[in-house]
Design a binder for this molecule. Structure first.
Ligand code: ADP
Ligand code: MG
Length: 237
């Protein structure tokens, strides 16, 4: 335990909402699928980053997570790994059922970038990811959804458009990620985010990622997340 408190202190990390978390300090001790380990190796990643070390055991235990850590700290994999493992344990998704997981992001660039990671790490688990975002390409995205993805990466406006027009449904959705939550609020997506979250079954798991912790986001998280564990790396205010 002293070793763990030393690790948390050295990385200026605080955990609120759960006691006795054992960080996953190496890829080997996480009991991760072989295929994922091989992928980490080919990426030349040597160890998990701090936010990954602590978010993985919490998120893999099924709890809601708020991860506050600066840009470049490896937040994508902090939620993506638990999400991919969650999806790989579910029944296959057939056409029309809707995804098991959604990742909501503020911009199309970010949506594309994260879709790239989803494919890189999800491919080896046979997880199909589709990316949907605003602007051109609505018809192409509708066509893309014909692969019956288990995972959808989306911007809030296009997601709501697809939900409202029946192109997509969230009946099977049990894991929601909100990435760049602070930017989402800055860009005025709060109301749309709330609308989406209120359409997902209440017993879903939710993972909120952010670089800063504005009051607007803390209020939204308090309202829509279910007793989340708060992870703060680097004492972000
Ligand atoms: P954030 O979302 O916190 O800004 P990202 O998830 O985009 O950070 O990761 C930042 C960079 O770190 C990316 O280039 C990613 O490939 C790399 N990275 C992620 N996890 C690890 C790791 N465990 N070891 C080494 N590099 C990593
Ligand atoms: Mg990020």
């Amino acid at each position: 335990l002293t070793e763990i408190s030393q690790f948390l202190e050295n990385s200026k990390t605080s955990i609120t909402g759960q006691e006795g978390i054992k960080p996953i300090m190496t890829f080997q001790e996480g009991e991760l699928p072989e295929a994922l380990l091989a992928q980490f190796e080919s990426c030349k990643y040597s160890t998990p980053t701090t936010i990954q070390s602590i978010s993985w055991p919490v998120a893999m235990s099924g709890k809601d997570v708020v991860a506050i850590a600066c840009t470049g700290s490896g937040k994508t994999l902090s939620y993506l790994l638990p999400l991919l493992i969650h999806i790989s344990k579910q029944q296959p998704v057939t056409l029309g059922q809707g995804p098991v997981g959604i990742i909501i992001v503020p911009t199309r660039e970010l949506a594309k970038q994260i879709t790239f990671d989803c494919n890189k790490f999800g491919k080896c688990l046979d997880i199909r990811t589709v990316c949907i975002y605003g602007g051109n390409g609505r018809q192409f995205q509708i066509k893309d959804l014909e692969v019956a993805p288990q995972l959808v990466v989306c911007t809030p406006g296009r997601l709501l458009d697809f939900l409202e027009s029946g192109v997509l449904n969230l009946k099977r959705c049990t894991f929601v990620v909100v990435d760049e939550g602070d930017r989402m609020m800055d860009m005025g997506f709060g109301p749309q985010l709330k609308k989406v979250l209120s359409q997902v079954r209440p017993d879903r798991q939710c993972f909120m990622c952010t670089a800063t912790w504005p009051a607007t986001l803390s209020e939204l998280s308090a309202e829509y997340l279910n007793s989340p564990v708060y992870l703060n790396v680097g004492s972000v205010e």
